[in-house]
Write a protein that binds this ligand. Structure first.
Ligand code: PRP
Ligand code: MG
Length: 212
């Protein structure tokens, strides 16, 4: 029998909880010397540890069959990729924030302003739908520092506990998206892998039910 290839976040917020949910499904993963790939001992599965932002492309190309990924990343980079299951962990929101001292009453206040973000497509769509034009500055990390160093008037990033916003004197003004970890499926998944996926989903659903 063939294996199903699953992508999991290499490091960061989803990594541990992703491995935990597989463990709760009764799947034990051998973490050998290879840090980027591992095999399951008792389930036909290979695990690939990848960068979050790369995972949609790996799914699209069929390099991996499935992935545990933040819904926010799928919305930003993988509109064409099917979401099979919401997994109930790593809940966060993708929000717009402005300096505490800035006046803000509605989205039109961002007209002509500079917004720093790692989620350009998500922000652009949100602004387009509301007829607001702004300048997007795409940065990959530490987005919340941008207003303090004069790079932007507002930011759009993930908010979880809110502590990063708080520490940077920012105020959340618009929630654009609610997100959590999801199971995503490659459009190129083969019939054998599809069968394994069905078994995995069956287990996932009982785990999720038990967690409620
Ligand atoms: C993420 C995200 C926010 C922060 C939100 O950053 O980009 O900055 O977490 O979490 P909080 O609301 O609980 O503070 P991360 O620390 O992962 O680093 P990065 O921005 O450099 O990727
Ligand atoms: Mg950050």
């Amino acid at each position: 029998m063939q294996n199903i290839k699953i992508a999991i976040q290499k490091s960061g917020r989803l990594n541990e909880d992703s491995l935990n949910i597989l463990k709760d499904c009764g799947i034990s993963i051998d973490n050998g010397t290879d840090q980027l790939k591992a095999s399951a001992r008792n389930f036909p599965m290979e695990v690939f540890y990848l960068r979050n932002g790369d995972i949609p492309q790996y799914l699209r190309d069929g390099v991996v069959d499935i992935a545990i990924i933040g819904e926010n990343v799928l919305v930003e980079k993988g509109e064409d990729i099917e979401m099979a299951e919401k997994l109930g962990f790593s809940k966060c929101r993708v929000s717009l924030a402005v300096p505490k001292s800035a006046s803000y009453t509605c989205i039109e206040d961002l007209q002509g302003k500079r917004i720093a973000t790692s989620y350009p497509r998500t922000v652009q769509q949100y602004l387009d739908e509301r007829g607001v034009r702004a300048d997007l500055h795409i940065i990959t990390g530490s987005v919340e520092i941008a207003p303090n160093i004069g790079l932007a008037d507002a930011i759009c990033d993930i908010v979880s506990s809110g502590s990063t916003l708080f520490k940077n004197n920012l105020r959340e003004v618009e929630v654009m998206l609610h997100s959590e970890a999801v199971l995503a499926v490659s459009p190129k998944i083969g019939p054998e892998q599809q069968e394994i996926l069905t078994k995995l989903q069956f287990r996932l659903r009982s785990v999720l039910k038990a967690r409620q």
